[in-house]
Design a protein around this ligand. Sequence first.
Ligand SMILES: NC(=O)c1ccc[n+]([C@@H]2O[C@H](COP(=O)([O-])OP(=O)(O)OC[C@H]3O[C@@H](n4cnc5c(N)ncnc54)[C@H](OP(=O)(O)O)[C@@H]3O)[C@@H](O)[C@H]2O)c1
Length: 334
Amino acid sequence: MKYKELAKTGEKLSAVGLGCMGMSAAYGTPDDTESLSTLQYALDFGINFWDTADIYANGVNEELISKVLVPNRDKIFIATKFGFRLRGGDGNAFVGGEAYIDASPKWIKQAVENSLKRLKIETIDLYYAHRVDPNIPIEETVGAMAELVKEGKIRYLGLSECTAEDLRKAYAIHPITALQSEYSLLSRDVEKEILPLTKELGMTFVPFAPLSRGLIANKLDVNSLASTDFRANLPRYQGEYLDNNQKLSAAFAELAESKSCSPAQLAIAWVMAQSDNIIPIPGTKRRKYLEENAGAVDVELKKEDFETIEGLLKKYPNIGPRYSARENKFVDKK
Ligand SMILES: NC(=O)c1ccc[n+]([C@@H]2O[C@H](COP(=O)([O-])OP(=O)(O)OC[C@H]3O[C@@H](n4cnc5c(N)ncnc54)[C@H](OP(=O)(O)O)[C@@H]3O)[C@@H](O)[C@H]2O)c1
């Protein structure tokens, strides 16, 4: 594994991290035995940057991770998030449940205690606001997060899916170490403003869903997704968009084959090549994929590879929106 410094903190994080959401939520049926083996395997590969959130199966994902985290605390840099809540306090935030955003100082104080208890640790390494709360000034949210640093409950602050304007406001209150937002071959909105701003501020940018939730890896059987799979309701997995995206993924897989790597490796390598302050967190619950994704650090892209990829994206442009209206309302659009 290769390592990168997290912002200017001196922390050395694996150049490819691990997204743990799918182990417990959103993508198919959980398999705790394989997930725990995958976490253990991540340690063997030196993948030390793990990502979770309190909303992933309502804390179950944090509890699962704690089983490997606690006996290996000094080897893992753990990131978790707060902010999504469910009306009634129960249900599935990904399918059917009614989620809302609460990034109020009052909830932050409670949420951090809940996460620390489930993770069974004393300090969270990186604590993200999962979304910007439309009803609370970002300065108040960040001010409350900064208090947690003073109290020793968290070490570094992160935000997820915020605008450049909100990121600047937040940064004026306390250094923001990482911004986590969607970034992949199919989701490139951050390229215009957000990515350059993270670079300017000396932050790390953490792309989530670098494999476009599995689509660009070209192995997902999209036609047999369970109705409980979050992706089944996303526009890119339906109708004309799906047709476009399957053709694009197949063509991308041919390019990967010509480079003797897998499409997932090529997709992760492409994201990493966009800026030196990027650390992606591909998600998997399988050892096989984890090993494959770790290999992305050795894939080199040449100028003509970038050009071929741009050509493919132009040839298959009908990718579709990344979220349906249900999820899109939570994305910061100020
Ligand atoms: N901040 C946010 O709002 C936000 C939103 C979404 C996700 N996240 C975080 O970001 C992490 C990564 O995003 P993601 O998991 O949504 O999407 P992703 O990393 O783009 O894709 C995950 C999907 O790709 C599959 N996959 C992984 N490696 C593969 C390989 N080598 N070959 C073929 N398929 C492969 C996985 O399969 P298996 O599941 O079968 O292993 C899973 O279905 C999450 O785990 C979560 O921690 C954050």
